[in-house]
Write a protein that binds this ligand. Structure first.
Ligand SMILES: [Zn+2]
Ligand SMILES: [Zn+2]
Length: 388
């Protein structure tokens, strides 16, 4: 409850221009001290009943001391507090956070921040307008020079994930963390204005399946010309994550790869999988387009290709095998697990004028793109802060 009250305080202590979402930032660091510097806009530092207006580029240190926070600027000690919040006044406020202990490169964040001590560390929660958060996620997951329609695709998938997991860290006092456990988020989107534009222009949109459930918006770098069935790669199968032919990614740099493995190592691996290799002749094994396979059948065993990919750290499980003297030559296609959206293909579709809807419908079968607030069974952001 104490986190919740704090969160509510942060949300209600500023004018609500748009729905905000609470993200634990630097979540994988055992933070003890950070340096906080306003970059633009106007910030207030709120500690208990005290409010300090920060001047531009004023430096504030916040350190965990026991279960409290010590706050100081360059000239004076601003006291020790249980909770501190940094609240933007203009709606376009940006702040730099520089972890000092442990040291880590600084990042910049939009909107507000809440600070408290918990889990033996200094916790930082970025209370950020949803579309700015989505833009930050898209920037972490895609390159800086893709077309607008591709960024819209990534924004819709990021939002689908975020709203589907909005209660994931609820007991810890925030909605989502900034690590890959939730979605990678490294702060404000700055590399390409189209990323922010894509997030705004798709505001509220998510992807649902035939039963109006939010989809698992899986994606990968390159499918090699044919995406994979979720049920053959993962334990769980989804009827919208089924194999589709993809002609859009086949000329990308990561569409093809090749690797040699000593025959001896290959046989050791097969032995570990229960194959008797003493008198085994390893023959050519081909995976061809439109016939993606999921097991390598040899010596009476069916070895999941994903196991081979993991063991030899291969770019993908879409490969052929041939013996070349004392080694195995793997000729592979694509990069990644192959399930869902192929990023190289989606970028190319966008370059050829396809819309974000056409792209999503190409990679995800029988899905619809809808505003999330039209789906009553999905928790709405306004409700989150009132639920403990
Ligand atoms: Zn998480
Ligand atoms: Zn592809």
């Amino acid at each position: 409850m104490r986190h919740l009250l704090f969160l509510l305080f942060c949300i209600t202590s500023t004018a609500i221009h748009a729905q905000k979402i609470g993200i634990s930032i630097f979540n994988e660091l055992n933070l003890q001290t950070v340096l906080v510097t306003p970059v633009s806009g106007q910030y207030s530092l709120i500690m208990g009943n005290e409010e300090f207006l920060l001047s531009p580029n004023q430096i504030v240190y916040i350190s965990k001391v026991g279960d409290s926070l010590r706050v100081r600027d360059m000239s004076s000690n601003l006291g020790t507090w249980k909770r501190v919040s940094l609240v933007g006044q203009t709606g376009t406020d940006v702040v730099r956070i520089n972890p000092i202990s442990p040291a880590h490169p600084a990042r910049i964040y939009d909107d507000n921040l809440g600070f408290y001590a918990d889990f033996g560390r200094l916790m930082l929660v970025n209370l950020v307008e949803q579309n700015k958060y989505i833009a930050g996620v898209v920037e972490s997951e895609s390159g800086p020079s893709a077309p607008l329609e591709f960024y819209k695709v990534q924004a819709i998938l990021a939002r689908t994930y975020a709203l589907g997991h909005i209660e994931r860290h609820q007991g810890e006092g925030f909605n989502l963390c900034d690590a890959v456990h939730c979605q990678a988020y490294k702060g404000k989107s700055v590399k390409n204005p189209d990323i922010i534009k894509a997030s705004k222009e798709t505001a509220g949109l998510i992807v649902v399946d035939e039963t109006e459930q939010l989809i698992v918006g899986a994606f990968h770098a390159n499918c090699g010309g044919e995406t994979a069935n979720s049920g053959n790669v993962w334990l769980k199968s989804h009827n919208y994550l089924v194999s589709v032919t993809d002609t859009y990614c086949r000329n990308s740099p990561s569409a093809n790869w090749e690797l040699r493995i000593p025959l001896r190592e290959w046989k050791i691996f097969l032995n570990e999988k229960g194959v008797d290799t003493t008198a085994l002749a390893i023959t050519q094994y081909n995976q061809v387009l439109k016939n993606r396979e999921y097991t390598y059948n040899i010596g009476g065993k069916q070895i999941p290709l994903s196991d081979i990919r993991t063991h030899f750290k291969l770019r993908s499980s879409f490969f052929s095998v041939e013996v070349v003297s004392n080694s195995i030559r793997l000729k592979g296609r694509g990069y990644g697990h192959g399930v869902g959206l192929c990023q190289d293909g989606a970028i190319n579709m966008a370059r050829r004028g396809k819309s974000h809807t056409e792209i999503l419908e190409h990679y995800f079968s029988k899905v619809r793109i809808v505003p999330y607030n039209t789906l009553p069974q999905i928790p709405q952001l306004e409700d989150i802060a009132t639920v403990e």
